[in-house]
Design a protein around this ligand. Structure first.
Ligand code: SF4
Length: 179
């Protein structure tokens, strides 16, 4: 995939350098540090950490309850004491396999373009180092998220959500959750 020069330019101009404050991994306001993860991201963390699926994730907390159905879309990393379970002494202990959201923070790319979340590392330098790598990661993340959304839409068009038990719908299917 080739990334656009304008995306690289916008990232460079933002002037971001991670201060390793760990703030993005901590909850500063309700839900501020929710990290959504897809099945492949979860598998990578399981492989690297030796932890189980249930150890690592819980359902996305905004559940939809209607007509006896109780469901939500996707998974989020578990948090302990209002911070990501993988943050230890302000360091990510799964850094090599951290999810796309973490890999690309504070940037986000969607169909309306690049946006930048509040972060103390912004404008601390004249231009973002590794802007090309960030652009590439943002584009890969967008592609991954779009693929997840497409798969979920296909599942919803071909399956009905069961009533009477909590389920999580992700890109692999409709899953019962017993956590
Ligand atoms: S996975 Fe790592 S980078 Fe992502 S929120 Fe958790 S500690 Fe922070």
């Amino acid at each position: 995939m080739t990334h656009s020069l304008s995306l690289v330019g916008a990232i460079k101009e933002t002037g971001f350098s991670c201060t390793r404050c760990g703030t993005c991994c901590k909850e500063s306001e309700p839900g501020s540090n929710l990290v959504m993860v897809g099945p492949e991201e979860i598998s990578r963390i399981i492989e690297s950490s030796g932890l189980s699926f249930e150890d690592i994730v819980e359902p996305y907390p905004d559940r939809i309850q209607e007509g006896g159905k109780d469901y939500t879309f996707g998974w989020v990393l578990r948090r302990k004491n209002d911070q990501c379970m993988f943050l230890e002494r302000n360091r990510c202990i799964i850094y090599e396999v951290r999810p796309w959201i973490c890999r690309t923070y504070p940037f986000m790319l969607d169909n309306s373009g690049l946006s930048v979340h509040p972060c103390e590392g912004i404008r601390t330098v004249n231009h973002t180092e590794d802007a090309q790598e960030m652009a590439l990661n943002l584009e890969k993340r967008l592609e991954y998220e779009q693929d997840q959304d497409d798969k979920i839409l296909k599942i919803l068009s071909s399956h009905s959500i069961p009533a009477g038990k909590p389920v999580v719908i992700d890109a692999e299917g409709i899953k019962e959750y017993h956590g």
